[in-house]
Design a protein around this ligand. Sequence first.
Ligand SMILES: Nc1ncnc2c1ncn2[C@@H]1O[C@H](COP(=O)(O)OP(=O)(O)OP(=O)(O)O)[C@@H](O)[C@H]1O
Ligand SMILES: [Mg+2]
Length: 267
Amino acid sequence: MDPLDPAVPGLLSAGRLEVTGRIVNASNATLFCDIELDGVRAKCVYKPIRGERPLWDFPDGTLADREYASYLLAEAFAPDGCVMVPPTLLREGPFGPGMVQLWIDTDEDGGLVDVLAPSDVPDGWLTVLRARDSLGEPAVLVHADHPELQRMAVLDVVLNNADRKAGHVLAGVDGRVYGVDHGICLHEEDKLRTVLWGWVGQKLPTELRATVRAVRRELDNGLRTRLADHLTRRELRALSERVDGLLATPRFPEPSGYGPAIPWPAF
Ligand SMILES: Nc1ncnc2c1ncn2[C@@H]1O[C@H](COP(=O)(O)OP(=O)(O)OP(=O)(O)O)[C@@H](O)[C@H]1O
Ligand SMILES: [Mg+2]
């Protein structure tokens, strides 16, 4: 279903959820569902809070709230209403309260992040890491030089995203780029881990600087209050500081030097 369809919010919040599968390999209980309301159907992801695996560095039972808070911030990032995170909300489900997110149909050939032999890198793609594969052959972690990915990279700085791996960057069949899996975002300590380092040190393009200013305005105009139901005061303060940091130094930041800069596995 088109994320911009006006039926989406009502369907996600009040639709009947039917679990149809579980995403294998997922570290938490990530359930694949059909959702239906008044004959309108869509696919979605449901992550019950109860299924969240405890993590050493994030407080228990907070991942769904972080996913929702990330969606609210992504909304502030979308001047045209085209939000980079699929519509997401918190609600009751068959396994208790959790987060529900619209499923995005992806273009299998439209991948924007990859690990390739150096000779296979498409023209214009940016190299993040040079390594050797299991056979000792050179391999590179690369991503497209795409304005929507740039926007996602800045969103990740604001979210302090600790897990922007390739599988969390989706190329929609609608030609748009979506980010998913924002459970480990918005920690108060610096944890940015991403594959989108291709623009390190470069100036933010004018339109992205305007976006960051718009996010600051939204925070001051009620967004901070909405986020306060989902984040701690310290997390909110750190969020504000990250936005102010980008306004003061409008560049794609460098890795902080604390902890790994790239999520592992990167896919
Ligand atoms: N809204 C969505 N639309 C389409 N695909 C999705 C959506 N959400 C998740 N996926 C796909 O399902 C995979 C697993 O989901 P997600 O990463 O959110 O779960 P997880 O429990 O954190 O898993 P993992 O531990 O593998 O990261 C994603 O990598 C992505 O390919
Ligand atoms: Mg994931």
